[in-house]
Write a protein that binds this ligand. Structure first.
Ligand code: C5P
Length: 338
């Protein structure tokens, strides 16, 4: 059996350019893997099965199996290897696996969870099935699954260009004290791109700015995200999260990907812990104030019923750190005797 850690990412920087004829936007981004991961278990089997569980091991509803990126990645690698074996007239046997995905990375959060799961699946099954595909070949397969997948074949700090699939490795950025805060809103990436197009009238920005840096502070002084303004218009809570993270000392503070997660960098473990506690207190107070405002509002309207709408949830607060390329590569797969 193989256990894979599928690490999440943040974007240090994300510049979006114009919409291309293929329906994708040109972009320039700097990706960074972080120490927050889903676990994926792969066992040899005659057929291909997938189940998805939460941190408590209870099954999660994933909708249709065919739309799950882990399942799609497994099918795609299987088809690729089987056609290669057919060409070389070798016996491939039946390529199957029993896969269990344990989710920890929040979904539709700008952290690349689904894409990372897909990349880890390609890497793990390439090993389980003795595929011997190179990282470049896996990245090419990954690009068909999603624009963020090729980056997760390599991890660490990397530039993403074109559609996001042209990956250029760079020096690992050091950031041992990062705080992620998600206001519990899910953002659709497609919707975020549409909102961006409306705002810029189909991407007025034809020439993409780029960014080079010789030290980490240089990078931290120029972080930016083209989605920030439009997505904050759609979900004002994200602006509130940014403001709170800045007030508790995060520097810099930026939304990741198409949101809604916001990351903040701190300079020590103590600063990070204190900031996490302060954000937690803010979120708790915010929730009780909302509940009280709702109660007063209902009473003024003579509505005696209990509040039956979905309660607002606490913000999700995660302490993490940047993961460099070597650590990413060395800690991704563990083989267990089963
Ligand atoms: O590649 P992926 O499946 O992640 O992309 C989802 C959608 O996001 C695309 O169908 C497209 O609408 C949008 N997208 C884009 N430009 C990119 C990447 C994604 O417009 N570079």
């Amino acid at each position: 059996m193989i256990v894979a850690k599928a690490f999440a990412k943040i974007n240090w920087l994300l510049d979006i350019g114009s919409l291309q004829p293929d329906g994708y936007h040109d972009l320039f981004t700097i990706f960074q893997t972080i120490d927050l991961f889903d676990d994926i278990y792969f066992k040899n089997s005659d057929s291909l099965t997938l189940s998805v569980v939460g941190q408590d091991q209870k099954p999660l509803d994933i909708g249709s199996l065919e739309s799950n990126l882990v399942y799609k990645a497994a099918l795609q690698l299987k088809a690729h290897l089987e056609s290669r074996y057919r060409d070389s007239r070798k016996e491939s046997g039946s390529l199957g696996a029993e896969i269990v995905l344990r989710k920890r990375i929040p979904v539709a959060a700008g952290l690349g969870g689904g894409s990372s799961d897909a990349a880890a699946t390609l890497i793990a099954l390439n090993k389980l099935w003795d595929g011997s595909l190179t990282p470049a070949e896996l990245a090419t397969l990954g690009a068909e699954l999603g624009s963020d997948v090729p980056f997760f074949i390599y991890g660490g700090t990397a530039f993403g260009k074109g559609r996001g699939i042209e990956i250029e490795k760079t020096r690992d950025v050091e950031a041992p004290y990062l705080l992620l805060v998600n206001p519990r809103v899910e953002v659709s990436t497609v919707r975020a791109y549409q909102a961006f197009d409306q705002l810029t009238r189909n991407g007025l920005l034809n020439i993409l700015p780029s960014c080079s840096f010789t030290n980490d502070d240089q990078l931290f002084s120029q972080v930016r995200n083209s989605f920030s303004t439009v997505v904050k218009n759609l979900h004002p809570e994200i602006g509130e999260v940014e403001q709170v993270l800045t007030e508790v000392g995060g520097d810099p503070v930026l939304m990741s990907g198409s949101g809604a997660t916001v990351w903040a960098k701190f300079n020590s473990a103590q600063q990070l812990s204190e900031a996490a506690q302060a954000v937690q207190n803010y979120s708790t107070n915010r929730l009780s104030k909302k509940a009280e405002d709702d109660r007063v509002d209902r009473e003024s309207k003579g509505d005696k019923k209990n509040r039956n709408e979905k309660e607002d949830a606490q913000w999700l607060i995660i302490k993490t750190r940047a993961i460099g390329r070597d650590e990413y590569f060395n800690s991704m797969l563990t083989e267990l005797k089963s």
